[in-house]
Structure formats: C-alpha cells, structure tokens
Write a protein that binds this ligand. Sequence first.
Ligand SMILES: C[S@@+](CC[C@H](N)C(=O)[O-])C[C@H]1O[C@@H](n2cnc3c(N)ncnc32)[C@H](O)[C@@H]1O
Length: 140
Amino acid sequence: MKRKRKKTFNEYKFNIIEPLSATGSRCIRIYAELPKEKMNNIYSNDMDQKAVEYININIEKNNVDNNVFKVFNLDAAQLMYHNQKFFDVIDLDPYGTAIPFIDSCINCSKNGALLYYYLKLIKFIWIWYINIILIFLESL
Ligand SMILES: C[S@@+](CC[C@H](N)C(=O)[O-])C[C@H]1O[C@@H](n2cnc3c(N)ncnc32)[C@H](O)[C@@H]1O
C-alpha cells in the first residue's frame, strides 16, 4: 500500500477557529495578517445572535473571503465536537474559566495543534489585594 506523502510547511494550509468570537475582531485580524496561501478555513462562532450580526458586518467591512472565513451561530462545544481533529489553531477567549471548553477543544485539535486561551487575571489580582489587606489588618 502506498503511503500518503506528508505536506511540507510551504504546502500546508491552516484551519483556525475562534469559538467565542463576539464581534469577530480577532479572527478577522488573523485573516488580515496571515498570508492568504496559508489559510484553509477560519471559523468564527458565537452563540449570541447579536454578536453574529456584528461578525457579519465586520467581515463585510474588511472584504473577507467567504470561502475561507465561515461564520457560525452555535454553542462552541457543539461546533468543536462536530469537527473532530480538524483545527491547527484554537483561539479561546471565554468569560471566566476556560475549563468547560477544554474537552471539546482537544477533540477538535489536530495532532500538534496550538490551543491558546485567555486567563482572566483580574480575579487573581483582586484575591491578592484582599490577602494583602487581611495581612495588614492582622498585624495591627
Ligand atoms: C469574552 S467574549 C469574546 C471576546 C472576543 N474573543 C474578542 O476578543 O472580541 C465571550 C463570547 O463568548 C460567547 N459565548 C459564551 N458562551 C458561549 C458558548 N457556549 N458558545 C458560543 N459562544 C459563547 C458570548 O456571547 C461572548 O460574545
């Protein structure tokens, strides 16, 4: 049986998803800054209908190619579970913790994919401040 030849980096095209897009600004920026020949699909998704309206306005304003850039109005986990081992890059930016999405993110990742997500550090900063205040009060 003939083995399938692996694509070289120059031939390779990326599948990218921002499952919690809000206005789509980040994936539109990815679209604008990545060389077009390196992009296969960019998925922009948000559960909120109003957010999807804004994504559509923004892609129109930025002359985005609809063959590459696809917009969805689904639950993020549902969309990712339906695209097993498909994405090379996952940009996750939840309100609060990312934990509810981690399993679906891993499920939709190709081997060696890049998953990055935003930690809401502000909460930790508040906890840190409260600790300092408590330590100060205890020392009085
Ligand atoms: C922090 S905002 C994303 C901000 C965006 N990445 C940006 O940089 O502008 C989180 C978004 O996730 C959406 N969201 C929350 N839970 C979701 C879910 N289960 N599925 C899809 N979208 C969801 C919200 O409607 C909201 O627009």
